[in-house]
Design a protein around this ligand. Structure first.
Ligand code: DHK
Length: 155
């Protein structure tokens, strides 16, 4: 039987604090609740899900570099690094994989400094404002992209 495609789901800084972190903005789901949602949806879609979180920019960069050889796609909630990290943008571009960026909150309804994300330039699509559900929707989208063999081309 063919191996199921591996999807790397990355979560950036402070997302380990979900559940207690400003619930009116980020909701009450913990990161482990979201990991369970992703495992379930991934299984339904025939995907293997590798769900990770780090507060360290360099660790996220290393994981994205490793994904180039072993993953079929990347889902990333870059947290605050989305607004600041050219290193994460570079790593995502080097990966040459379908990328879906997720934000739990609608960053466009929030402070102006959250409106711009460097990482979005490397994303095939961006989902924001739908809370934990955004991750399940990102898996649906990436399953389609992987099935169609749509590999993101460099700009
Ligand atoms: C998560 C963060 O940690 C913030 O820094 C972003 C994003 C928004 C989210 O909505 O998931 O600004």
């Amino acid at each position: 039987m063919a191996k199921s495609p591996n999807i790397l789901i990355l979560n950036g800084p402070n997302l380990n604090m979900l559940g207690v972190r400003e619930p009116s903005i980020y909701g009450r789901d913990t990161l482990s609740d979201i990991a369970k949602i992703c495992a379930k949806r991934g299984k339904e879609l025939g995907l293997t899900v590798d769900f990770r979180q780090s507060n360290l920019e360099g660790e996220l960069v290393t994981w994205i570099q490793q994904a180039r050889a072993k993953a079929a796609g990347i889902i990333i909630n870059p947290g605050g690094y989305g607004h600041s990290s050219i290193a994460l943008l570079d790593a995502l571009q080097i990966a040459e994989l379908p990328v879906i960026e997720v934000h739990l909150s609608n960053i466009h309804r929030r402070e102006r400094f959250r409106h711009h994300t460097f990482t979005s330039k490397a994303a095939t699509g961006v989902i924001c404002g739908l809370g934990a559900r955004g991750y399940a929707l990102a898996l649906d989208a990436i399953a389609d992209l992987v099935k169609q063999g749509l590999i993101k081309k460099k700009a």
